[in-house]
Design a protein around this ligand. Structure first.
Ligand SMILES: Cc1cc2nc3c(=O)[nH]c(=O)nc-3n(C[C@H](O)[C@H](O)[C@H](O)COP(=O)(O)OP(=O)(O)OC[C@H]3O[C@@H](n4cnc5c(N)ncnc54)[C@H](O)[C@@H]3O)c2cc1C
Length: 382
């Protein structure tokens, strides 16, 4: 029985490649993008040209044919440099196109999935609503059958990439019953006359563009209904579970970036004649941060390994996300404390990183919702 706790040579070369790409092609764009809260759209074409948008998809379907471990390595390294860019990447490469890959018709794959893999079309995923963030069951957007297609009415809130997307998967109720079977997914090409998209101003992941969407009598043709009208809910749940492992890798990258900045600072900053890292209070903080990161790292890659074996369950996905995202918040807050006043100056990255870590104790299901999922797996109705 072999148990190997190391990455394969292929995984190491993926890490080397993405590290170089993130440093050379992404890092120079960060400050301006964050300041202006505008996503540098040309990045999608660059990601596409390198095969970074099709990491998780088989080569036969136009993807790069890598595994979930490689996907997590790419997320981790991109988030070391910029979480906002990684958030837009994640909403596109996973949430926005995975359901099309899983259940789309050959025509839908040709029109939406393949151009998305090249970065020619940008995808978004519209599930959350003003009354239905944590509680998906409260989803109110409805789709009514009309000749040749469907008419959509409702709203979507906090949708990543909405202001820059060429198409959006929109979850809507196709019958009035409040059952899960009534929730279906539509591929909506943008612009659509019935969609008004308002760009939101945020404190976290500022250069990942996020939208509030008003949907009024938006017509969507029959051939843009995704998969079976009923039965889509389980596809959404599977997609969210797998992506929780993915965003945990993003959180790990942020934690690492904050830790490295704090370690460098503790090594260089002299107070009362001593490097601050020599004060036990600071050294212990760094020790706790290093230990937390190590624990989160191996939980994330255990989750990825489970995905690759087809063995991921919802409770494990929730544990992975909970631990990694809370670790990132804690580590980045401690990094700010270690830097003192410098910690909240824009000259240093830790303030931005800390703001960005807050995304994943909220998005993709809050920490409380992850705890509910875990508690239910323990037999307690949370
Ligand atoms: C930057 C950003 C990007 C996003 N991108 C997308 C996207 O691309 N697509 C998309 O569909 N959604 C997206 N979201 C939405 C995200 O998934 C929701 O914000 C999240 O699910 C929480 O929903 P809410 O904001 O409505 O909070 P609420 O549901 O209002 O929750 C408020 C508080 O109540 C707690 N709470 C709620 N219910 C329970 C409960 N049963 N038990 C215990 N506590 C509970 C929550 O944990 C939280 O602390 C994004 C959000 C953000 C912030």
């Amino acid at each position: 029985m072999a148990l190997d706790f190391s990455f394969s040579p292929e995984h190491e070369s993926v890490r080397e490649m993405i590290r170089r790409f993130a440093q050379e092609e992404m890092a120079p764009l960060v400050n301006e993008a964050e300041e202006n809260e505008v996503f540098p759209r040309a990045l999608f074409r660059k990601w596409g040209a390198l095969g970074l948008l099709g990491v998780r998809y088989p080569e036969a379907d136009g993807g790069s044919g890598m595994d979930k471990i490689a996907d997590c390595i790419i997320r981790e390294e991109m988030s070391v440099v910029c979480q906002a860019f990684s958030s837009s990447w994640s909403a596109h490469t996973h949430l926005g196109i995975w359901p099309i890959w899983r259940t789309g018709t050959p025509d839908q794959k040709e029109r939406f999935f393949k151009p998305a893999l090249q970065g020619e079309k940008i995808a978004a995923f519209g599930l959350s609503e003003p009354d239905g963030g944590s509680n998906i069951r409260a989803l109110r957007t409805r789709a009514e059958k009309v000749p040749g297609g469907w008419k959509l009415n409702g709203s979507k809130l906090y949708i990543t990439n909405a202001p820059i997307a060429d198409f959006m998967l929109v979850a809507a109720r196709t019958s009035p019953e409040l059952t899960m079977d009534a929730i279906s997914l539509f591929i909506v090409e943008l612009p659509n006359a019935g969609f008004t998209i308002e760009k939101l101003k945020k404190e976290s992941v500022r250069s990942s563009e996020t939208g509030l969407i008003h949907i009024a009598d938006a017509f969507v043709p029959d051939d843009c209904l995704l998969g079976d009208r009923t039965g889509t809910y389980s596809v959404i749940l599977d997609s969210l579970s797998e992506n929780r492992v993915g965003v945990a890798a993003n959180a790990l990258g942020m934690a690492r970036a904050a830790f490295e900045a704090a370690r460098r600072y503790a090594d260089e900053r002299i107070v009362a004649g001593r490097r601050i890292g020599e004060y036990q209070a600071i050294a212990h903080k760094l020790a706790d941060m290093a230990a937390d990161i190590e624990a989160a790292k191996w939980l994330v890659y255990h989750g990825a390994w489970k995905v690759d074996r087809g063995e991921l369950d919802g409770a494990l996905a929730a544990k992975v996300k909970l631990v990694a995202s809370e670790t990132a918040v804690r580590v980045s807050e401690n990094a700010i404390r270690i830097l003192g006043g410098a910690g909240i100056m824009r000259e240093y990255p830790v303030g931005r990183i800390h703001r960005d870590t807050l995304l994943y104790v909220i998005g993709e299901g809050t920490s409380e919702i992850q705890r509910n999922i875990i508690a239910r797996s323990l037999g307690f109705k949370a």
